[in-house]
Design a protein around this ligand. Structure first.
Ligand code: AMP
Ligand code: MG
Length: 388
């Protein structure tokens, strides 16, 4: 048995060979950049107008209009003192432009332009390189690419991006009692739901679950299922069969497949019978079958590791502290991740904390962490992991 901190450290300390790939810009969302990205040119790459209006040469209130320049125009103007050109947002400003005046502050009679106010030197001109200069660091290695990041990379003219490959994840659920949702349920059966919850938890954070398999509590079948799955996976997630029951074959089946245990059992509630192991470059999490335990363990342990494997600087769920809405005592001897709901900046510990109970988790949006034998008075701060 290890503590929560020890389990995290064991996971974090795994030596991993990160793999990279080249992806098209449009397929990079949520991937982490695998090499530093520097600006290939100044941005903007030419002085341009921030407004629809007039580009002015010299500072005065009267000008002669000598032409027009629109966004994308290639023509070159060279203005002389007292001259102006009609200009539009994004258009390259002519040589010798002192300022741009927005059209709302102007009036035109023939080729004569009058301004309502004196222009200020340089106003409404977006200067070459004011956002980025050539060679400037745009992204550090490991930065996760957001929609704005995609926009920025595109604006630098880059279409192929070097990123860390995301892990291939396989999922095996075990249990004789489990039946596929949608099928009629016989006495003693329950619907298999963990694979749906776990696969969608992967998806929620930008990871894809490849292969899903349901196996009965049969040692040979589980052993074979693990063997096959390990051939195609970076991370194998198992659910159920890892506890101490007579039909809990997962641990032994992993051993017989050459998976080396890194830890088994974590001093926590829920999710005590959590297993983490490794075979060469493949990693295995065997999660307890109880629905709330398996999903909690995913959020607390598997997710940080998926980020780690994908070269991300993120290390799991976001953590914030919130004042608690009521007195609460964790009388148990294990630190607990409690199903909780944050609303209006206050956290409430929900009813229905049993490991098998998923209702409170489905209604909640956080896991509140409360240490063993610890009481909190209403209004005291409690650390929360945000699950949605
Ligand atoms: P186990 O960890 O196999 O002892 O299972 C613990 C509890 O979780 C039992 O009540 C199982 O029926 C339930 N359980 C196990 N696997 C699943 C699953 N995939 N979906 C829903 N419930 C499950
Ligand atoms: Mg079972």
């Amino acid at each position: 048995m290890v503590t929560i901190e020890e389990a995290h450290k064991i996971i974090k300390d795994q030596k991993i060979r990160l793999k990279t790939e080249t992806r098209r810009l449009s397929d990079c969302l949520g991937f982490s950049i695998s090499e530093e990205l520097n600006a290939p040119f100044d941005m903007p790459s030419f002085d341009n107008s921030a407004m629809d209006g007039y580009a002015l040469c010299g500072i005065s209130q009267e000008y002669i209009i000598v032409g027009e320049v629109a966004a994308g125009d290639k023509k070159q103007f060279e203005l002389k003192e007292g001259e102006a050109v009609r200009i539009f947002t994004g258009a390259k400003v002519p040589e010798n432009t002192s300022a741009v005046m927005m059209q709302e502050k102007t009036s035109v009679a023939g080729n004569k332009l009058s301004l309502e106010q004196m222009p200020k030197e340089g106003q409404s001109i977006r200067r070459k390189g004011e956002e980025l200069t050539k060679g400037q660091l745009v992204f550090e290695k490991g930065t996760t690419i957001t929609p704005a990041g995609i926009g920025l990379i595109g604006s630098l003219g880059i279409q192929k991006v070097e990123v860390f490959r995301k892990p291939v994840i396989n999922l095996i659920t075990t249990g004789n009692e489990l039946i596929e949702p949608g099928k009629p349920k016989a006495e003693g059966q329950i619907y298999e739901s963990n694979s749906y919850a776990l696969a969608s938890a992967c998806e929620q954070f930008g990871f894809k679950c490849g292969n899903k398999k349901q196996i009965e509590d049969d040692f040979e079948a589980i052993k074979l299922g693990i063997k096959k799955s390990l051939e195609t996976t970076d991370v194998l997630i198992l659910s159920g069969g890892i506890s101490v029951g007579d039909y809990d074959y997962v641990k032994q089946a992993l051993e017989e497949n050459g998976v080396k245990e890194k830890f088994y059992k974590v001093f926590q509630k829920p999710g005590k019978p959590l297993y983490f192991g490794r075979k060469s470059e493949q990693f295995v999490f065997a999660l307890p079958g109880n629905p709330a335990s398996s999903l909690s363990c995913f959020y607390v342990y598997v997710l940080p590791f998926l980020y780690q494997l994908s070269g991300s600087a993120k290390n799991g769920l976001q953590r914030y502290s919130f004042p608690i809405s009521h007195d609460f005592a964790n009388k148990g001897d294990r630190p607990s991740f409690l199903k909780a709901k944050i609303s209006n900046g206050i956290v409430e510990i929900l009813d229905g904390q049993g490991s098998s109970m998923i209702l409170s988790m489905a209604h909640g949006n956080a896991l509140a962490f409360i240490d063993a034998e610890t009481s909190h008075k209403k209004g005291e701060m409690v650390e929360c992991l945000l699950i949605s």
